[in-house]
Design a binder for this molecule. Structure first.
Ligand code: UDP
Length: 467
């Protein structure tokens, strides 16, 4: 089949939207027709934050459907939002496809759904449309999800996902150890939210991953070789980065403040601490203050993302006289062009919450990490960084659950004087970026996947190799 029209649908959260949008750009660059489905709420945010709306809609047709919540509902209540999405979006999604399909020239031939939107697999099956799953998280987390039945059978978790054992497990001897008390569905919020996520998102992802023809993810073969060997259905096509193609990343919920790039230009080579915690992380007043004072005590230049808006970190005040004392040594922005920042030669290290996108972006730019996970799979990503790849160190909390200013100062010094970690980060960068070269694993997987979309007559992942 020559004609192909792909419908992509992300889970409505920042890291999911931008990385699936990046995958969409890979498809359009390869001549595929792409329609991207956001929730109406996400669509409004993306459009109001986007400085290059023409660039956005030129490439990809973006449409939106309701998420089932009221406009004023709190979407930071992830449990409630997720349950509503799963209950309301399938009908709207089906209506959308029927609507698009009215035009014979436009018919949807393939759906690529975020693994967090497992409900899509039932719609795809019902409508007889081929399905692929996209995972914006590590392959290991997807592998864990696909192993839920085995975990229940082995009494690692009960049928509600609650850990029954307090000992590390391995899905195979070649995969990293995982701590059941840090399983992604145990670390999302209170017990009610965790339960909703387990039931809807993770059991839904398991069902969708089994039903899908293919699973692609933003990772590389050399980052997680054990997982890809054990789960050959999961195909790495990463790193998915806008900087790979020298154009802007699209789909942000906040407007980027690019003044920090000019500020970075003025800083010495590999001197700046970049501090950013993604789109969800919140600190209480005392933790915010300790972080501010910790950065001050390093006596190094720093670029710190303090998100604006309701419940954002700007709800907190800086310590008295802080901005005057910091002067031009510190730069605070509401939202940074993170990929460009991490690609800048002035950046020395990344204090990060270890969201998977941030992890991939740091790794792809050879930047060492100071890991400060906040929730979900970020604890496991920290394990990758500190214990497996050895490209970073962790920040530890004190008995009161605070990362103190002293801890920040000590760990920044420890990281920046550790040549082994810096070297590991550069070696890892090279091998990760290599996987995109013609004929190497991510490049090959993407090309085979695109062929499958276009023709649908061969198995993606044949003759897979590890570079
Ligand atoms: N990001 C950004 N500017 C910022 C902070 C974050 O562009 O100031 C982007 C970052 O590059 C990444 C995404 O937001 O692509 C965050 O995704 P991640 O998976 O790291 O964390 P999450 O927000 O899902 O917790």
């Amino acid at each position: 089949m020559k004609y192909a029209h792909v419908l992509l649908i992300p889970y409505p959260a920042q890291g999911h939207v931008t990385s699936l949008m990046e995958a969409a750009r890979c498809l359009t660059r390869n001549g595929l027709k792409v329609t991207f489905v956001n929730t109406e709420f996400t669509h409004k945010r993306v459009m109001s934050a986007c400085l290059d709306i023409d660039g956005l809609s030129d490439m990809i047709r973006i449409v939106s459907i309701p998420d089932g919540m009221e406009p004023c509902d709190d979407r930071s209540d992830l449990g409630k939002m997720t349950k509503t999405v799963f209950q309301h979006m399938p009908t709207k999604f089906e209506e959308l496809i029927n609507d698009i399909n009215k035009n014979n020239e436009e018919k949807i031939t393939c759906i690529i759904a975020d693994y967090g939107m497992g409900w899509v697999s039932r719609v795809a099956q019902k409508m007889g449309i081929r399905l692929a799953i996209f995972s914006p998280t590590s392959a290991a987390i997807l592998a864990l999800t696909m192993s839920i039945q085995k975990l229940i059978d082995n009494e690692v978790i009960n049928c509600n996902g609650v850990p029954l054992k307090n000992e590390m497990i391995q899905l195979s001897s070649t995969m990293p150890f995982m701590d059941p008390t840090n399983f992604v569905w145990v670390r999302l919020g209170d017990a009610t939210s965790n339960q909703i996520f387990f039931e809807y998102v993770y059991l839904g992802a398991k069902e969708a991953a089994e039903a899908a023809d293919h699973i692609i993810c933003n990772s590389t073969m050399n980052l997680e070789p054990g997982t890809f060997t054990l789960f050959p259905k999961i195909l790495p096509i990463g790193p998915l980065l806008a900087t790979n193609r020298s154009t802007k990343q699209l789909g942000h919920f906040w407007s980027e403040d690019s003044t920090c790039l000019r500020w970075l230009d003025q800083q010495p080579f590999r001197s700046v601490i970049y501090v950013a915690f993604g789109s969800f992380t919140l600190f209480d007043k005392s933790q915010f203050e300790e972080l501010a004072l910790g950065l001050e005590s390093t006596k190094k230049p720093f670029l710190w993302v303090v998100r604006p808006g309701k419940n954002g970190n700007t709800d907190h005040e800086y310590p008295s006289g802080y901005m005057d004392r910091i002067g031009t040594r510190g730069k605070v922005v509401g939202w940074a062009p993170q990929q460009e920042v991490l690609n800048h030669s002035s950046v020395a290290c990344f204090i990060s919450h270890c969201g998977w996108n941030s992890t991939m972006e740091g790794v792809s730019n050879g930047v060492p990490f100071l890991c400060w996970p906040y929730f979900a799979e970020q604890y496991f990503n920290k394990t990758y960084i500190c214990n497996i790849w050895k490209t970073g160190v962790g920040l530890d909390k004190d008995d009161a659950g605070i990362v103190t200013r002293e801890e920040i100062k000590i760990k920044v010094e420890e990281l920046l004087s550790n040549n082994m970690i810096k070297e590991n980060a550069l070696i890892l960068q090279e091998s990760v970026m290599n996987s995109l070269q013609a004929g190497n694993s991510s490049n090959k997987n993407l090309n085979n996947f695109i062929d499958w979309i276009k023709k649908g007559n061969h198995h993606v992942g044949d003759d897979e190799t590890c570079d």
